[in-house]
Ligand binder design. Structure first.
Ligand code: HEM
Length: 305
């Protein structure tokens, strides 16, 4: 249904819906139908809208912004989002830590979530990334065991270093990510001074319906900066939400952070012949080597926290 301002009513995924106040029925007096997707969606949202706590990524900060296309990548994609240089799309970004529970500090050593929602005219597009281009494992069935090793122990209710190392040492494919985590990237100086990576290999389809494999990298224009162990350990006791405050204050002062989005591309043929499986999330290839590289843009002007 189009309202007086000619705006299209959509559901949370950006898909147009006819109405959110009238359910589908069999005739005027007939029963309501369980096939009514909009009714089910609305109920499902309502049932879950008070979130007690996310099991991972419980601590985070978000901000609205704008995505601007700076380079032409239409040879790879027909998505309207990238249709012309200069085109702008509204976005929302949420930065998060992973393991600690609600109320914890946002500057301890951990991976960071980097989730961006693009409000495109084709519907909402979610890029759920991290601040590293790789991950601990390639098989999601191990994720639950891994996260349990990171969370508070069910008996004592504190986190045990031994549980993490137990899991990591028994799961050798985690070593690459563990090295990143225990290096500088595991303690970024707040949300503004870290990169974001879509990490997974996605595909883009162009007008000729040709597919290209792609990875998305968001490079911070503020520069990568890190805390030393001594710094974050001390600071988290004084200012547990240091990262939230840093982002909030920067935005309030009009000092809007921004990131530049790059893509790495690979043809099907290159993927088939590559030295390892390019869909394996525990591995990564340096942008400058081997792969084609092009740059589109991401200039996020954050409007609010
Ligand atoms: C191994 C498989 C994985 C599983 C089973 C998994 C599971 C989850 C779950 C259950 C949540 C919480 C959702 C909620 O309560 O709202 C979550 C959040 C999140 N995950 Fe994963 N995850 C996996 C891998 C990844 C990877 C590889 C990335 C990055 C590329 C990632 C990035 C994120 C982010 C950024 C969030 C928070 C999103 C937000 O800010 O709203 N996850 N994940």
């Amino acid at each position: 249904m189009v309202d007086n301002n000619q705006k299209v009513l959509t559901n949370a995924a950006g898909i147009p819906v006819p109405s959110n106040t009238v359910s589908k029925s069999v005739g005027k007096q007939g029963p309501l139908l369980l096939e009514d997707y909009t009714l089910l969606k609305k109920m499902a949202h309502f049932n879950r809208e008070r979130i007690p706590e996310r099991v991972v990524h419980a601590i985070g900060s978000g901000a609205y912004g704008t995505f601007t296309v700076t380079d032409d990548i239409t040879r790879y994609t027909k998505a309207k989002l990238f249709s012309e240089v200069g085109k702008q799309t509204e976005i929302f970004a949420r930065f998060s830590t992973v393991a600690k529970s609600k109320g914890g500090s946002d500057i301890y050593r951990d991976l960071r979530g980097f989730a961006v929602k693009f409000y495109t005219e084709d519907g909402n597009w979610d890029m759920v990334g991290n601040n590293t281009p790789i991950f601990f494992m390639r098989d999601p069935i191990k994720f639950m065991d891994f996260i349990r090793s990171q969370k508070e122990h069910p008996k004592e209710h504190w986190r045990h270093d031994q549980m993490w190392w137990d899991f990591w040492s028994l799961t050798p494919e985690t070593i690459h990510q563990v090295l990143w985590l225990m290096g500088d990237r595991g303690a970024p100086m707040g949300w503004r001074h870290m990169n974001g990576y879509g990490s997974h290999t996605f595909s883009l389809i162009n007008e000729a319906n040709e597919r290209i494999w792609v990875k998305f990298h968001f490079k911070t224009d503020q520069g990568n900066k890190f805390f030393t162990d001594e710094q974050w350990r001390k600071l988290q006791g004084i200012e547990p939400r240091w990262a939230a405050k840093d982002l909030y204050n920067a935005i309030e002062e009009g000092n809007y952070p921004s990131w530049t989005m790059h893509i790495q591309t690979m043809t099907d043929e290159q993927a088939q012949n590559f030295k390892w499986n390019p869909f394996d999330l525990t591995k990564w290839v340096n942008v400058a080597k081997k792969l084609l590289k092009t740059k589109c843009s991401y200039s996020a002007t954050f409007l609010q926290n």
